[in-house]
Design a protein around this ligand. Structure first.
Ligand code: URA
Length: 199
């Protein structure tokens, strides 16, 4: 973790952070992964979305949230007018994950993997400096809020890294539990209201 913290702190910008991750050899996940999945979207976006870790499609394409869960994520945010490809920061998204490498067989991240990679994520947030963070699912809540229990956390604004954060159900969970899309819709409207207030 100390090596990670020093490497992350030394990154002056996004390209520097990506290079620091590419050069980082202390995380076992890197060995099993095809790609470093760093981010997608508009770095000037007001909203930064943090997922868990790349899956198979993300590992192949080298971009976060491009598989089935990613397609649902895009539809969810499109419903409130946000789009990762939008040039206008007010309509854009910036997307990353807690872990930049795919865990073998998409297993859950180990707590020590999350702890080791956290300095990079914190530096990533600082460099992007978004107005709000959206935490997708339990692992991103565990990493940034130090708490899990998405069923209780979702739908409430919290605070992390000096900014408002909104935990939401992960789209992969919503694919398995479509009934929970109701709550996800509620949370998207909360996000939209917040963005309108601070426009
Ligand atoms: N699930 C995630 O949490 N992140 C991705 O990038 C893809 C699926």
């Amino acid at each position: 973790v100390l090596v990670a913290r020093a490497a992350a702190a030394g990154a002056a910008d996004r390209d520097g952070l990506r290079a620091a991750l590419a050069a980082y050899e202390h995380c076992e996940l890197k060995k099993g992964a095809k790609s470093l999945v760093f981010s997608d979207g508009n770095p000037a976006a007001r909203v930064m979305v943090i997922g868990e870790a790349p899956g198979r499609d993300e590992d192949i394409q080298g971009k976060p949230f491009v598989g089935r869960a990613g397609q649902l994520l895009d539809r969810m945010f499109a419903s409130i007018g946000l789009d990762r490809a939008a040039p206008d920061p007010a309509r854009a998204l910036y997307i990353t994950n807690v872990l930049p490498w795919r865990p073998p067989q998409n297993r859950d991240p180990e707590p020590q993997e999350v702890a080791m990679m956290l300095p990079f994520l914190e530096r990533h947030v600082a460099l992007i400096d978004p107005q709000v963070l959206v935490l997708m699912g339990n692992h991103s809540c565990g990493a940034l809020l130090g708490r899990k229990g998405i069923t209780r956390l979702r739908g409430h604004w919290a605070q992390a890294l000096g900014r408002p954060v909104l935990p939401m159900f992960h789209p992969a969970f919503l694919l398995r539990n479509p009934i929970a899309k109701r709550e996800a819709w509620h949370d998207l409207l909360m996000l939209q209201a917040r963005l309108r207030e601070t426009a």
